[in-house]
Design a protein around this ligand. Structure first.
Ligand SMILES: [Cu+2]
Length: 499
């Protein structure tokens, strides 16, 4: 039994061809590891090789670094077919225990924050039986996943799900990577109140690591009574932030690592507006991927910026000694007027007493990324701006207009788009496109040193980014917007139609 597919590799060819998965009801042949083909192997050979070697997560007896409530819960899959993930998801008011003994009233998915992690493999079919038990309408947006437009959770592709109503989301997992889900109705409020969860999609060629899991970061501001503070007018310009750093729904958790083990950290920024510039005192990380695509080669970094909505993947090998432990912090970052530039501690890292493991290097080659062919691409300019709004508020604009007055962009199905995004403001904006991944072509005219694909990327103040993407597979109505959720709600959002 073989897996015949171009799966999980971000290249123009596998975006344009249908993805064929040949798999029986029994388990598919384990996927070959990239490490099999380190020495110059090409991507096609990597995925078609019969040399089977699974990513041996956990094979060396490494325990989960998260303790108790710090560990996100999985979904309960009610479908016996191993290639169908069928789950129940309910949004409801509940209690969120942000630290031992401190509970806040929150919006929860299946009673918790974050919601259950949706974990699957490329080619899996997903059915989510969703029930809205809130007292207000909601939807679910599958951030970064390529899904049919009518499953995308925006209000112009399906009606908001009213209180007490249900909706079944159905889609196929097309790409390996780290994604997340959250509402797209009253989004600034509902995400701030706790409605978010991670999505992990495994591909056929994953780097071998000892543990692979999610690190969902968020921040929170409580009022004097200990409740999540409502949004104020002052939150609109910088977006809402708070002084409590949250990881996997908990303040200040501890990551308990085993010496010599390699950890794959799938970082999801679920905060409304906080830019997490993460660093571990005295240590470096290996940057291995963004959003839905691993980089071709790991890059050693001292710190990494993760903007709202974005995912960044890191690999970290625990050292032989970590006397007194270490602290992961978010470092000072100035993203513009009114923003919170202060550093904060995010989580502790400690070593387990377990005997050290032999250190294993990551594969030299993690992925094969082909740059998009941009010949004949339709070129557009997207200008991000701001103007004075009603009262003392600010209004955000795209090409001079605020949603819903931003003219709809109509892209041709099968065509290639190049967007020049000019940030004309003095603040950074994280730019997100629904339904499609884009390649970064340049920043201020300078091409990056490597190929990378994103669905959410920071556009620094006054900078110009050029991105390219293929309008393929799924026609329909999509959105693009700033992922500082207060900015999206105050005008920095446009409609994209692919037809
Ligand atoms: Cu913005």
């Amino acid at each position: 039994m073989t897996v015949t597919a171009s799966m999980g590799l971000r290249s123009p060819s596998d975006w344009s061809v249908g993805i064929l998965v040949v798999c029986g009801v029994l388990a598919c042949t384990p996927a070959p590891s990239v490490s099999d083909a380190d020495a110059g192997g090409d991507a096609a050979r990597d995925v078609e090789s019969d040399e089977s070697q699974t990513a041996d997560t956990g094979a060396r007896g490494v325990s989960d670094p998260w303790r108790g409530a710090q560990r996100p819960v999985p979904f309960a899959d009610i479908n016996p077919d191993p290639r169908i993930i069928e789950v129940a998801l309910e949004a409801s008011w509940g209690e969120w225990e942000i630290e031992p003994g401190r509970r806040v009233r929150a919006m929860t998915y299946n009673g918790g924050v974050p919601g259950p992690t949706l974990e699957g493999t490329v080619g899996d079919q997903v059915i989510v039986h969703f029930r809205n038990s809130l007292d207000q309408p909601t939807t679910i947006h599958w951030h970064g996943l390529r899904v049919p437009a009518d499953m995308d959770g925006t209000h112009f592709v399906h009606h908001a799900i009213e209180p007490g109503a249900t909706f079944d989301y159905r889609f196929e997992l097309l790409d390996a990577g780290t994604f997340w889900y959250h509402p797209h109705v009253s989004v600034a409020l509902q995400v701030e109140m706790g409605l978010y969860g991670a999505i992990v999609v495994h591909g056929p060629s994953e780097p071998p690591v000892d543990w692979d899991g999610v690190v969902v970061v968020d921040d929170l501001r409580l009022d004097a009574a200990g409740a999540i503070e409502p949004e104020s007018m002052d939150d609109i310009l910088p977006g809402r932030t708070g002084p409590r750093m949250i990881v996997n729904g908990r303040v200040g958790p501890t990551f308990a690592a085993r010496a010599g083990a390699t950890y794959r950290l799938r970082i999801v920024n679920a905060a409304n507006a906080r830019y997490f510039r993460l660093a571990m005192t005295g240590h470096t990380w290996q940057l291995i991927g963004f959003d839905g695509a691993l980089l071709e080669r790991a890059e050693t970094v001292d710190d990494v910026l993760v903007v709202p909505g974005q995912r960044v993947e890191l690999a970290w090998t625990a050292p032989a000694r970590l006397d007194g432990g270490a602290t992961v912090r978010t470092l000072a970052y100035d993203r513009g007027p009114g923003s919170d530039v202060a550093p904060f501690d995010v989580m502790r890292v400690e070593l387990l007493p377990d005997p050290p493991l032999d250190v294993r290097a990551l594969p030299a080659r993690l992925n094969s990324l082909a740059a998009l062919d941009t010949a004949g691409a339709t070129q557009r300019v997207i200008r991000l701006g701001q103007i004075a709004g009603p009262g003392s508020a600010v209004q955000f604009t795209i090409n001079g207009a605020s949603y819903p007055d931003v003219p709809t962009i109509v892209a041709t199905l099968g065509g290639t788009e190049i967007w020049e995004i000019n940030n004309e403001t003095s603040a950074d904006h994280p730019f997100h496109i629904h339904g499609f991944s884009f390649q970064l072509l340049s920043r201020n005219g300078v091409a990056p040193s490597r190929v990378s694909f994103h669905d959410t990327i920071n556009v620094p103040a006054r900078d110009t980014l050029r991105i390219a993407w293929r309008a393929e597979r799924y026609p329909g109505m999509w959105m693009y917007h700033c992922h500082i959720l207060e900015h999206a709600e105050h005008g920095m959002l446009g409609v994209l139609e692919v037809r």
